[in-house]
Design a protein around this ligand. Structure first.
Ligand code: FES
Ligand code: FES
Length: 184
């Protein structure tokens, strides 16, 4: 490729940091102006944790983090994410307090935070964003923050409990780190 062609190709491309790794996409080859972030993440990069259910911003199943805040990836154009930091559920560590809290709240029966699990990645990422901004939310604040996410299995009580448990884990880890001999 000629030098000026390469420069022009870069001009037509975008860069998005996904789960800690910068990715380059060329407009025309990899995506069009109307490609959604959800499509790019799922179909081009294989991050299938996020789900596309309603595809119109009404269910929260496609929630990911953009610069630490929750966004509905079906409602964001990939080109709008240019230069931003995107995190999907695959980018959360296994010992993330929210991931742990949901896993621990998964016993079948009343009180579980997940049955089929379809909505779970969206709830986890919405909860993660809430706790990034407010590590000690009240139950009312949890309900309000999760208000845009739908669980067809009706696990709302268990989900809210899992988020409060995640909040308690964050506080405990912070206290442990601050204690003499704790992790810095
Ligand atoms: S799939 Fe994006 S909000 Fe429902
Ligand atoms: S656990 Fe099935 S949709 Fe929420």
């Amino acid at each position: 490729m000629q030098k000026n062609e390469a420069a022009s190709s870069r001009e037509r491309g975008i860069r998005i940091r996904v789960n800690g790794q910068w990715r380059d996409f060329a407009l025309g080859d990899d995506l069009s102006a109307s490609t959604t972030l959800a499509y790019l993440l799922r179909e081009r990069l294989g991050f299938t944790g996020l789900k596309v259910s309603c595809d119109e911003g009404a269910c929260g199943a496609c929630t990911v983090l953009e610069d630490g805040a929750a966004v509905l990836s079906c409602m964001v154009l990939a080109v709008e994410a240019d230069g931003h930091d995107i995190q999907t559920i695959e980018g959360l560590p296994a010992d993330d307090p929210v991931v742990e809290a949901f896993a621990e709240q998964s016993e079948p029966g009343f009180g579980t935070a997940l049955q089929c699990g379809y909505c779970t990645p969206g709830f986890v990422m919405t909860a993660r964003a809430l706790l990034n901004a407010n590590p000690s939310p009240t139950l009312a604040e949890v309900k309000e923050a999760l208000g845009g996410n739908i669980c067809r299995c009706g696990c709302y009580a268990g989900i809210a409990r899992a988020v409060l448990n995640a909040s308690a884990k964050i506080a405990a880890r912070k206290a442990g780190a601050a204690a003499p001999g704790g992790r810095a």
